[in-house]
Structure formats: structure tokens, C-alpha cells
Design a protein around this ligand. Structure first.
Ligand code: ZN
Length: 329
């Protein structure tokens, strides 16, 4: 319906162009006649000039239509509460639980604990936020303005004992569960076991595809007894990827994560490092941000996103981003 309305609007813009040209001609004539006289009434020809340009330039018209379409979507999102007044985006979450044993069929409470952890970590309200060293406090993300709301839980019994990272769990035809409307819902698959893998994610170039989402081994989903991966930070890390964050070491020796405020570091860190740690890259010895969610440290040792990471995530979730379809409907 919206598209139809907008299409009619674009057509009316085209139809109005001839009138606009006439007006321009008239105005030029009038200007000639009144040359030298002072303005007695305000006149702005911008829209008429634009109409003529749009009528003569299909590329410009396509850009105009694209801008209006995105603007309309943003305003609709605001009206419908899909984006809150302060710009916060709420992402609806579908949790697909694939279980073989009763223990693998995780409880609603465990799922709720994971959603709460995501909202705390992305909202900057995590209980360990005070551990951020003062050196990095000034570049901490605080509230990323990205929230998560559980929409539904889909539970399915399966005979699969251990899953690999080949996306089989995302297809009903391979004993998994098809994604639920992945362009509009953030799908998480919770599986019983993935060998030595805690979880994995797709990046925004996969937005809306059949395999789009995050997979987490159930033992590490939400608040559990499975230290050191017991605080739900596996999902925080994987959702970071889903929203276009790279590993903080850039997946290479002194490589880039395309974020300015995460110091270049040589490699991943494990366990519970003691602050400060220094890495030598390009001849510069830097104190590294190993407590970032996008490093490999234990759940209890990671407690911040940076402001630069927040910007990357907002770029993907805003009205023109690859994940702009993720809204409460
Ligand atoms: Zn990762």
C-alpha cells in the first residue's frame, strides 16, 4: 500500500514537470521585465528547478525515489515504535531450540537470562561496567541504542548428537529448523553441542538470507553453570559480528577491525588477562583493549564495546542499513 502511494507520488512529480517548466519560463520572462527592481514578494524556485532536473535525468530521479523511500521508512518506524524516540532500535528475536536430550531443551528462564544479558551489554548497564579501565572509559560505547525483545521460541526435537558449523541446523531438511523471516527477525539457533565451538554468526552481507543469524551451543547460552563461558557473553560476541563487528585484532597480526578507538593488537587474548597488557604493532607499543567483547577472553573478563564499534552497529541497524528490516512489527 505504501509503495503504491509512493509510486503515485513519483508519477505526480513527473506529471507536474511540464507545469514547472512553464513556470520557470514565465519567471525568466518576468525577471527580464522587472530587471533592476527590488523583490516585493518572496519567491524560491528550488522545487521547480528540481522538477525539471528530475524529469530530464533518470539517475537523479532514481536517487530522489530512494531518498524518499528511506525517509518514509524511517518515519514509519518512528510512528510504529519500531525505532524509539531517542533513536533506539528494538530487534525482535526468535530463538530456535534444537534438542536431543531433555537437558538440551533449555528452559524459558535460561533464554530470558540471555536476552537480559544482551540488553545489559548493548545498553551499557552490565553489572561489571565499572571494571572498564579509566584509559578506555572515555571511548566506552555506553548505551548502543540497540535493544532485543524476545518474539518467540521455537522448540524442535532432533536426532542430531553434535552439529558442525555447516548451517545444517538452519534447515528443516537437514534435521534443523528453517529461519523464521530472517529479514525481519534476528534468528538464534541454540544447539546441544558443536564440538569445540561456542558459537558462530553471519555478517550483514547475509541479511535476510536463509542462513542469517547466530548459532550458540546451549551450554553457553544465557547465565549457566559452565564457567568460564557462563555469563552469556558468547551471544554478546556473536551478535557483535551479526551487527558488523570484526574481531578486535582484525583476524591477523596487527590487522585492523576498522574501528579507530580499539588499539591495534597483535592477536587474540584468552583467559583473564591482568590490565594493562601491551602489544607492539608497527613499532608502537600500545595498551590493548582485551576487555572488549570482540576479543577471546573469558566471559567475566569482557565487559565493553567501544564508541567506534557502536557507530558501526548503528550504521547497520539504521533506516538505510543492511539490517534495517529488523523491527518490531
Ligand atoms: Zn568471533
Amino acid at each position: 500500500m505504501k509503495k503504491l502511494l509512493f509510486g503515485a507520488f513519483a508519477l505526480s512529480m513527473l506529471a507536474a514537470c511540464n507545469a514547472g517548466e512553464d513556470h520557470l519560463l514565465n519567471q525568466e520572462q518576468t525577471d527580464d521585465l522587472t530587471s533592476g527592481s527590488s523583490v516585493t514578494q518572496r519567491v524560491c524556485p528550488s522545487e521547480d528547478i528540481r522538477k525539471e532536473a528530475l524529469a530530464n535525468n533518470p539517475d537523479l530521479m532514481a536517487r530522489f525515489v530512494d531518498n524518499e523511500s528511506k525517509t518514509e521508512k524511517f518515519i514509519d518506524d518512528l510512528k510504529m515504535g519500531r525505532v524509539l524516540a531517542d533513536g533506539t532500535v528494538e530487534i525482535p528475536v526468535v530463538v530456535n531450540v534444537l534438542y536431543r536430550t531433555a537437558a538440551e531443551n533449555i528452559s524459558d528462564a535460561q533464554i530470558a537470562s540471555q536476552i537480559a544479558t544482551l540488553n545489559n551489554d548493548f545498553g551499557g548497564t552490565n553489572s561489571d561496567v565499572n571494571k572498564i579501565p579509566s584509559e578506555f572509559a572515555s571511548v566506552a560505547a555506553g548505551d548502543t541504542k540497540i535493544k532485543f525483545r524476545l518474539d518467540r521460541v521455537i522448540r524442535k526435537s532432533t536426532t542430531v548428537r553434535s552439529w558442525r558449523t555447516n548451517d545444517a541446523m538452519k534447515k528443516t531438511s537437514s534435521k534443523g529448523q528453517d529461519a523464521f523471516k530472517p529479514a525481519n527477525y534476528f534468528n538464534i539457533w541454540v544447539v546441544g553441542d558443536m564440538g569445540g565451538v561456542l558459537g558462530y554468526a553471519t555478517f550483514p552481507e547475509s541479511a535476510g538470507l536463509w542462513n542469517d543469524g547466530v548459532v550458540i551451543a546451549g551450554k553457553y547460552f544465557g547465565t549457566t553453570a559452565n564457567a568460564p563461558y557462563n555469563l552469556g557473553r558468547t551471544a554478546t560476541h556473536e551478535v557483535g559480528h551479526y551487527l558488523n563487528l570484526r574481531h578486535i585484532w582484525g583476524d591477523g597480526n596487527c590487522a585492523t577491525d576498522y574501528v579507530d578507538d580499539t588499539p591495534t593488537q597483535q592477536d587474540k587474548n584468552f583467559g583473564k588477562p591482568t590490565y594493562p597488557q601491551y602489544d607492539l604493532c608497527g613499532g608502537v607499543n600500545r595498551s590493548i583493549q582485551f576487555m572488549n567483547y570482540m576479543d577471546y577472553v573469558d566471559d567475566a573478563a569482557m565487559y565493553m564495546f567501544s564508541a567506534g564499534q557502536k557507530s558501526r552497529m548503528q550504521a547497520i541497524t539504521n533506516a538505510s542499513g543492511a539490517r534495517s528490516g529488523l523491527r518490531i512489527y
